[in-house]
Design a protein around this ligand. Structure first.
Ligand code: UDP
Ligand code: MG
Length: 316
């Protein structure tokens, strides 16, 4: 019987320092699995500005399992992962970070779980957030709470992008060719039986995180907007409440005029109300604008990533 193929997708952005550690570890894990599986390592170089491209070329020259896809510029982790999915041939496909925060040593265990046949996918979640700034952990938790209230697509707290999937699930993800990509939502949306493997947080082996607080904040907003229409509904409801409130106030003012005459009073409170309503209006328009801009990007139908250089023959 032919051995099954295992594809490992690794998005890399300025990871020249982590890659040697990772490559070492991947080789070891592949060795352990080699009796039953062939492996391919698909490194997606997301427009790195350091020597990542060079390092990858070197690995590809010495090890034929190494495939690299260098994107024409930095597109972001989401497009990089998508480029990997589109070019992975494996019966089983896994995504993992280049910095070893997703321990490759978990792979044999993940494969065993899938092989038992009950699950289509093994996903991982961190049960601790050790080594992470407390403010970041707090907002991350808040995001998961809010997003699970607002959207029907559940996003598990602490879920990593690190997961192993059967071919069938990868096909489904490739079909989700939306421009605004939020993988944690996409993985959940496509369904399939998922086993959650828990592990303790591991700190990055070398190099620096690519996510500033601000970038994460914007990413969280993407998460809300891509998988929930609740913000639109909330803004509509706030609109209705204020209209009703305004009606009551009009009636109140007419009655007061009829009963007490017309003293010119209360303009400061009037200004406060106008500013308050104006603020809420702008906020709601902002929410609509957020969705509109997503539609705009989606309608333009631009490619999600562009390949600059690769050693995969029929890359697409
Ligand atoms: N990454 C990428 N493109 C980017 C940013 C990050 O391909 O624009 C990759 C990065 O090389 C790493 C993974 O995505 O393999 C996760 O990034 P990072 O470790 O910086 O995020 P963190 O683990 O701190 O959330
Ligand atoms: Mg990391």
């Amino acid at each position: 019987m032919e051995k099954k193929l295992l594809s490992l997708i690794i998005p890399c952005y300025n990871e020249e320092e982590s890659l040697p550690f990772l490559f070492d570890e991947l080789t070891k894990v592949a060795e352990v699995l080699s009796e039953r599986y062939r492996s391919e390592f698909i490194f997606v170089n997301d427009g790195s500005k350091d020597n990542t491209a060079k390092v990858l070329k070197h690995y590809a020259a010495v090890d034929e399992r190494v495939k690299y896809i260098t994107l024409s510029r930095n597109f972001g982790k989401e497009p990089a992962m998508y480029a990997g999915f589109c070019n992975a041939d494996g019966d089983y496909v896994a995504v993992m970070d280049a910095d070893m925060q997703d321990p490759p040593s978990l792979l044999p265990q993940m494969i065993d779980i899938i092989e038992q046949g009950e699950y289509d996918c093994v996903a991982t979640r961190r049960v601790t957030r050790q080594g992470e700034p407390p403010v970041r952990s707090f907002f991350a938790r808040l995001f998961y709470k809010l997003s699970n209230k607002m959207s029907e697509t559940t996003i598990v707290d602490g879920a990593r992008d690190f997961r192993l999937m059967k071919r069938q699930m990868v096909k489904a993800i490739v079909r989700m060719s939306e421009y605004n990509r939020f993988s944690k939502g996409i993985f959940s949306w496509v369904g399939f039986n998922t086993y959650w493997l828990q592990y303790e947080n591991v700190e990055r082996v070398a190099g620096k995180t690519k996510w500033s607080f601000w970038k994460l904040f914007l990413y969280a907003i993407d998460g809300f907007v891509d998988f929930s229409n609740a913000p639109l509904a909330i803004s509509a409801i706030v609109g209705i409440i204020f209209t009703i409130l305004a009606f009551i106030m009009v009636i109140f003012i007419i009655m007061r005029k009829l009963i007490f005459g017309d003293p010119v009073e209360g303009w400061p409170s009037m200004v406060c109300i106008i500013v308050f309503i104006g603020g809420i209006e702008l906020f709601c328009i902002g929410i609509i604008g957020e969705y509109l801009s997503k539609i705009y990007l989606e309608v333009k139908n631009r490619p999600i990533y562009i390949i600059g250089d690769t050693n995969i023959d029929d890359a697409n």
